[in-house]
Write a protein of this length. Sequence first.
Length: 412
Amino acid sequence: MKNTLLLGVLLTGAAGLFSACSDDRDSNPVLLQPTEFVLNTPTFVNENVDLLSTEALHLEWSQPVFTTGNAPINATYEVQVSPTGSFTTSFIEASNDESGATVADYAAIDKTSEYCTMDVTAADFNKALMRVCKWAEDAVPQVTDAYIRICSFIKEGTRRINPVASNVVKVSVSPYYVLLQDADPIMWFLVGDKFGDCKWSNNPGVSSFPMFKQSDYAYDKVTGEGEIVYLNYFDNSKWKIQPADFDWNYGFMGNGPSAAVYRNGSSTDKGNIWCDPAGFYKVTVNTKKFTCSIEKQDDLNNNPPTVYGSITIGGSFGGWDAANDIVMTPVFNNENNHVWCATMTVGAGNKEEFKFKGNGGWDTNWGFGAGDGTVYLVGKGVQNGGNLALEEGTWIIMFNDITGEFSIIAAN
């Protein structure tokens, strides 16, 4: 059962929760601190789970009582994994200690849930164990114990209000070695009246478009939190910024001309964002602080950049023949558009090299890197730069013809 906020009020802080009408209705629910809830015994508790050959581990739990009368409220659930049964220091806490003195004894699965159930992928479960145990490739145990619990809380921006932990369940697993990498930057998506096909739908690269990672920004290695940007021309049409799961109760909505505010699970929608006056703006979203700035770019408004009729991607996938170029989609349906998007699929075991081309020719082209064929997922392309490359997978490619910046994410 999904816990949905039905009370028509905003989660504006623990002290203010449900307070909007508390003066005139004594029956209003009050936020409580739960003391317990139950993680049900999984069906696989008496088995050894081979994490390499298993798809997912199904977990279910009861609902904590966060309000008087158990009134519905948006609760978030996080699955936590420990190799010892101790849940004292998280992997994130240990990672934030640059001295290395803090040692983690548990890690959380990256994905959370708003339901009292979750299918945790075996790969994510294995990753959590690897984060804590840090096994060398030749030292991964064939069988080991793992301990699971659920943490529930009310999410308000980066705050966790009234957290409570479930009981702990012990299971047996066979882990495997994976090379741990930094988390990908968190992506948010632009959608609106003049973005792509203008359908306001969750269709990346067609209706919704990822903002740009920044090549010179240090993202949180564990969470991927940080600043993402989008620089382009805006008219007075309406738009919003949505999280990757496209939950309309969470995202950025209008807060006056050229201003946006975060909607944190509220049933109240202040409406769409718009820019006034029309012109070039830089949008910056901080995915850790849940803030959004929309800054007018007077240098571009006073000295408009070159307008390209088309931007294409030419590459080895088409024998470098212009007839086989990938035509990029204008992200914003306006004659002053300067941001483009395309989806590229690279076959299994392959690597394709490519460059960005202005108006279909090589007179104006953007590459990146000192040599050809290196995979970069973010950077600032330059005239006659090296050939970019992508390996197998389906990729959403964003390109800005003003700055030469490109930002590439996996399509899933």
